[in-house]
Design a binder for this molecule. Structure first.
Ligand SMILES: Cc1ncc(COP(=O)(O)O)c(C=O)c1O
Length: 373
C-alpha cells in the first residue's frame, strides 16, 4: 500500500500496521532476550535478541525502504555501523576516502591502518574523476561523506558510483548529514550507506544509534552474519526511540533547511565572518571568523545556540571542530585541507530563525569587545 508513497508518508507510517496481535499504532517494544521454542528443530520466529528482535526489525525494514535498499542493520552507534562495514574486508585492503571527514571516522581508519594493515588514500575532493587515478590493485572501496564534515563540500555520487562500478569496487556513503530525505546514495549507484542515526534521523539529542543499508543481497547476507557475530546491535528501546524520532524527519528537515538558509545569508554579510560554507541543502553549515581570539568569547556568549559536540537535533548547536569532533586529526593534516582554528560548525535547529540570528548577533557583539586583538 505504501509502495508509491512519498518519503514524508513512509516516515510517518513507519511501523504502523505491523502489530498483528493488538494492532498497536506505536510499535511495541519487545525487551525479551530469548524466545521459547515449541519443540526441538522447529524454527518459527525469533531465537535470541542479538540475532533478531521484532522492534529492531520494524526499524530496519523502515530504513531499508527509506534508503531504497534491500536490507538495513541497526547498530549501537554510528561508529559501530562503520566498523561493521569495514569488518567485511581482509587484512591489507586499500580504501579511498574523502579527505574532509568526521574525526571519529578518521580515528577509526587510523586504528584499522595500524592493527589490520588497511591502507587509506585521502582524496581532496576537487574532481570526482581523480578517484580513478587513486585506485590500486588492492583497492576494495571508496568511502565518501557528502556533504563533508565540517567544510560542507558535496560530491557527485553518481559519477563516483560509475567509477567504482567500472573498477569492481564498492562505493560506501556516510549519509548522516543529508539523510534520505535529501539524498539517496543507493539510488545514485552506491552499494552501502551508513548513518550516525544519533543525528538527524533520531533528531532529539537523546538516542545513540547507527545504521547500515545495502541494495545488494550478497552484501546483505555477509553484513547480517557479521552484525550478529560482532554483536554491536541496537537495543529494543533505542530502536523504538529512533523509529519515533524518524516520524517527524520530513518536518524537521524542512525547518532545519529554512533556518540554515537564513543563517547562512546573515553570516555571509557579517563583518567578523570571512567565509561561510553552506551546501544549499540541509541544516549544517560552518563559518570562519576573522580572528581565533573571537572563538572563545563567542561560544561563551551564545544563549540559544548550545556549545556542544553533536548535530542534527532540534536544538541549535555550535561546535568547535579542532578541539571537539576533529581533535584526533593532526594539525598539519587538517590545515592541509583548510580546517583552521577559526572555523565553527553550526547545526541549525528548528527554533525560530529570528531568535537564532538575534542570539548570534549579540554573541558577536560580546566577542568583538573581548576577542579581537
Ligand atoms: C558523519 C558522521 N559519521 C559517523 C559518526 C559517528 O556516529 P556516532 O556518534 O553515532 O557513533 C558521526 C558522529 O558525529 C558523524 O558526524
Amino acid at each position: 500500500m505504501l509502495e508509491d508513497c512519498k518519503i514524508d508518508t513512509l516516515l510517518v507510517q513507519a511501523g504502523n500496521r505491523r502489530d498483528e496481535h493488538f494492532r498497536a499504532v506505536s510499535t511495541p517494544i519487545y525487551f525479551s532476550t530469548a524466545y521459547r521454542h515449541e519443540e526441538l528443530g522447529l524454527k518459527d520466529g525469533y531465537d535470541y535478541i542479538r540475532t533478531g528482535n521484532p522492534t529492531r526489525d520494524v526499524l530496519e525494514d523502515a530504513v531499508a525502504k527509506l534508503e531504497e535498499g534491500v536490507r538495513a542493520f541497526a547498530a549501537s552507534s554510528g561508529m559501530a555501523a562503520v566498523q561493521l562495514v569495514f569488518s567485511m574486508f581482509e587484512k591489507g585492503a586499500h580504501f579511498i576516502s574523502s579527505r574532509d571527514i568526521y574525526g571519529g571516522n578518521y580515528r577509526l581508519f587510523e586504528i584499522f591502518r595500524e592493527k589490520y594493515d588497511f591502507e587509506f588514500t585521502y582524496w581532496n575532493g576537487d574532481d570526482e574523476s581523480e578517484i580513478k587515478e587513486l585506485i590500486k590493485p588492492n583497492t576494495k572501496a571508496v568511502f565518501i561523506e557528502s556533504p563533508t564534515n565540517p567544510l560542507m563540500k558535496t560530491f557527485d555520487l553518481k559519477k563516483i558510483s560509475e567509477i567504482t562500478k567500472e573498477h569492481g569496487i564498492l562505493h560506501i556513503v556516510d549519509n548522516t548529514l543529508y539523510t534520505p530525505y535529501i539524498q539517496k546514495p543507493l539510488a545514485l549507484g552506491a552499494d552501502i550507506v551508513v548513518h550516525s542515526a544519533t543525528k538527524y534521523l533520531a533528531g532529539h539529542n537523546d538516542v545513540l544509534a547507527g545504521l547500515v543499508v545495502t541494495n545488494d543481497e550478497t552484501l546483505a547476507e555477509e553484513l547480517a552474519f557479521l552484525h550478529n557475530s560482532i554483536g554491536a546491535v541496537l537495543s529494543p528501546y533505542d530502536s523504538w526511540s529512533l523509529l519515533r524520532g524518524m516520524k517527524t524527519l520530513a518536518l524537521r528537515m524542512e525547518r532545519h533547511e529554512k533556518n540554515a538558509k537564513r543563517i547562512a545569508a546573515y553570516l555571509t554579510t557579517h563583518p567578523l565572518v570571512t567565509a561561510v560554507h553552506y551546501p544549499g541543502r540541509g541544516g549544517m553549515l560552518s563559518f570562519e571568523v576573522v580572528d581565533k581570539a573571537l572563538v572563545e568569547p563567542f561560544l561563551k556568549a551564545v544563549n540559544i545556540f548550545t556549545f556542544a559536540e553533536s548535530l542534527g537535533g532540534v536544538e541549535s548547536f555550535l561546535t568547535y571542530p579542532i578541539t571537539q569532533t576533529h581533535m584526533d586529526i593532526p594539525e598539519e593534516v587538517r590545515l592541509s585541507y583548510g580546517l583552521t582554528d577559526r572555523l565553527l560548525r553550526a547545526s541549525v535547529g528548528v527554533e525560530h530563525a529570528d531568535d537564532l540570528i538575534k542570539d548570534l548577533e549579540q554573541a558577536f557583539h560580546v566577542a568583538a569587545k573581548v576577542g579581537v586583538r
